[in-house]
Design a protein around this ligand. Structure first.
Ligand code: SF4
Length: 378
């Protein structure tokens, strides 16, 4: 439903940000609010900021069960803590050596360069930081972040995150990339963004040309539903890939949104066709206000099992769960083993064929690699 009283500049991303829906009045121009949605708008302040671009709102229908509406529209159930409700599910605040850096894994860091997004996804994992829209990156925060990265030669990857890094101007983003590229030991830069999903008009040749200057830069997008892959979104993805920017997708399994193998299959196949690798399929983190959007682990595993063998390895995202309280990611792979003995193991595959894999005869196993002798050649 399009309200018709806008000063229209639809293809301009800054217009999309300026014209974002934020208040009950804004949302009522687009949607017939349900009683549960009205409850949250009647509170002084929702637990988590509310915002959506007109573009993303236009992808949703007025049906209360619409999957995209469930991602952007707040619901009274956000006040229900459910079974697990954590302010900081990944325990990032305890791995935060300087205000904008999260250093959880040895060889990579997250650099939170903005707290702003153009849509506040109701399932967001970083609600403690995202959406306050007052945390503009200050000069000393940028410098402290860069200083930290410089002083840790073990850091090989820097992941720009937030908030959404692509809500920054191309000029600002380019300045940050320029500074990071001056650090010799940083090999890979990743940018985590939902802008191609919620505001694809952000992606233009200027942006892509800037990113190309600082290669290798990897783009991590975040499509959750095949309906998000509009023509505009597909064009944005094509621009990245055609310009040599490897692009991967991380989705989150969400109750009532995409927790069905048919939906994941359609999303993954379309992404792959657009040359975007479906990378992770995350279990939704138990951040505050998300209990109604989370799937059970069993539900998620069942989806992964149904996809196994029916999607090519290139199209199959890896189901993964972030252990609450900062335990890191673990992959949830279906267990196909049916038995094991001293010589090997038996498996039953996706189409019920069972066979045993027998280990090589110990007498034929050559001596182990002497890694110290050959380490210079690796
Ligand atoms: S775009 Fe990412 S950081 Fe922003 S609200 Fe959505 S999930 Fe959270």
């Amino acid at each position: 439903m399009h309200p018709n009283n806008f000063d229209f500049d639809w293809d301009n991303w800054l217009w999309q940000l300026r014209s974002s829906l934020k208040s009950r009045t804004d949302f009522e121009k687009w949607f017939t609010l349900t009683p549960e949605e009205k409850i949250i708008f009647s509170q002084d302040k929702s637990e988590f900021n509310i915002r959506s671009t007109p573009y993303y709102s236009a992808l949703a229908t007025d049906h209360p069960e619409d999957p995209i509406r469930k991602i952007l529209m707040p619901h009274a159930l956000e006040f229900d803590d459910g079974n697990q409700s954590l302010e900081d599910p990944l325990n990032e605040k305890n791995n935060n050596p300087t205000s904008r850096i999260i250093h959880r894994y040895p060889d990579r860091v997250l650099f939170l360069i903005t707290d702003m997004c153009s849509v506040y996804c109701r399932y967001c994992t970083r609600k403690y930081f995202t959406g306050h829209e007052q945390n503009l990156l200050k000069k000393d925060e940028l410098n402290n972040g860069l200083k930290y990265i410089k002083s840790h030669p073990e850091i090989r990857e820097v992941i720009l995150s937030g908030g959404d890094p692509l809500t920054l101007s191309t000029e600002k983003l380019s300045q940050i990339l320029f500074e990071i590229r001056k650090i010799d030991h940083v090999e890979i830069i990743r940018i985590g963004t939902r802008m191609p999903v919620v505001c694809p008009m952000r992606v233009d040749l200027d942006l892509v040309k800037e990113l190309k200057k600082y290669k290798p830069v990897f783009l991590m997008t975040h499509f959750n539903h095949p309906r998000e892959l509009s023509l505009e979104a597909a064009n944005a993805l094509e621009l990245f890939v055609d310009n040599g920017i490897p692009t991967f997708n991380q989705m989150v399994l969400l109750n009532g949104v995409n927790n069905h193998a048919v939906i994941v299959k359609a999303l993954s196949r379309r992404l792959l066709y657009l040359r975007v690798k479906p990378y992770y399929m995350f279990q939704c983190d138990p951040s505050r206000g998300t209990d109604h959007l989370r799937t059970t682990i069993e539900d998620s595993e069942q989806i992964q099992r149904e996809l196994w063998g029916k999607l090519s390895g290139l199209a199959l995202p890896q189901l993964s769960i972030d252990i609450p309280n900062g335990g890191g990611k673990v992959g949830l792979t279906p267990n196909f083993e049916v038995s094991r003995n001293e010589s090997g193991r038996s498996y039953q595959g996706w189409d019920q064929i069972t066979a045993e894999y027998i280990n090589p005869n110990p007498k034929n196993i050559l001596k182990p690699i002497d890694i110290d002798t050959y380490s210079n050649e690796i």
